[in-house]
Write a protein that binds this ligand. Structure first.
Ligand code: UDP
Length: 237
């Protein structure tokens, strides 16, 4: 798959259709793959964290998740023109799974959010085979590995926030009997209905970040850290 580098972090130049095809083939061929969503916040973290950079670059597929990635690519004459969001890809993978009887495991978030996420997914994708779920609090990695290995799912969604979920996948994916490992951040919160996503028109205009800021003004602390990303984009062409 074609990739370009944004400040040393690989990002795929792809579409939902292409990436789903790759994921489908990986499951059929029993290949392990690691899907990670890239946004400006993660790229800025890699500037002080070489280990995180190594992990993100070691993934099989790096999604251009944030609108800032699209702008940075355009500005630097790259070829990324559209976002591929972690949550939308997760839903499309669930659809793929329900049509092909691929098993799914959910790991992360609080118990109630997890239960609700499972029931919403079952309602939406009737024949989805969710073989297990574990909340993201209170268990050690080795306990988690043991529980997942009893189920041997095809797809594991990990919702621990970043970079916790990327560390978990990187450190444990060889021990876990599963094909697709995907970090999905706050997606369970959205799917369960606990957190509302921006209206589609705002998503299409690249304003999802603004909606999240208005809904949760505390995010300003996280978003302010992104100013250097845009400064770098402009001046380090
Ligand atoms: N979370 C978890 N265990 C932890 C820390 C966080 O399960 O030790 C969950 C938390 O409940 C939430 C998600 O991880 O559902 C983090 O969402 P956030 O929106 O912060 O992630 P982002 O996509 O911004 O990285």
């Amino acid at each position: 798959m074609e990739k370009e580098s944004i400040f040393g972090v690989k990002v795929c130049v792809t579409s939902y259709e292409e990436i789903l095809n790759f994921i489908d083939k990986d499951i059929i061929n029993k290949k392990k793959s690691f899907v990670v969503a890239i946004n400006p916040e993660k790229i800025m973290k890699t500037r002080k964290n070489e280990f995180l950079k190594k992990i993100l670059n070691s993934a099989s597929y790096q999604l251009p998740d944030g609108i800032g990635i699209v702008y940075a690519s355009k500005f630097r004459n790259g070829r990324i023109r559209k976002r591929i969001t972690g949550i939308d890809l997760m839903e499309k993978i669930c659809f793929l799974a329900s049509n092909n009887n691929y098993s799914v495991f959910l790991y992360g978030s609080h118990e109630e959010v997890l239960d609700k996420t499972e029931s919403v997914l079952i309602k939406k994708y009737e024949s989805i085979n969710i073989v297990g779920k574990i909340s993201g609090y209170g268990k050690t990695d080795s306990e988690i590995v043991e529980i997942i290995n009893k189920k041997q799912p095809n797809i594991l969604f990990v919702a621990l926030g970043s970079p916790k979920q990327e560390y978990f996948i990187y450190n444990n994916m060889l021990k876990i009997k599963c094909n697709i490992f995907m970090g999905v951040g706050g997606s369970f919160d959205v799917i369960s209905g606990n957190v509302k996503r921006a209206p589609v028109w705002m998503q299409n205009k690249g304003l999802e970040w603004f909606y999240r800021l208005v809904k949760n003004p505390k995010r300003i602390v996280r978003q302010i850290k992104l100013i250097p990303f845009f400064v770098l984009t402009i001046f380090k062409k």
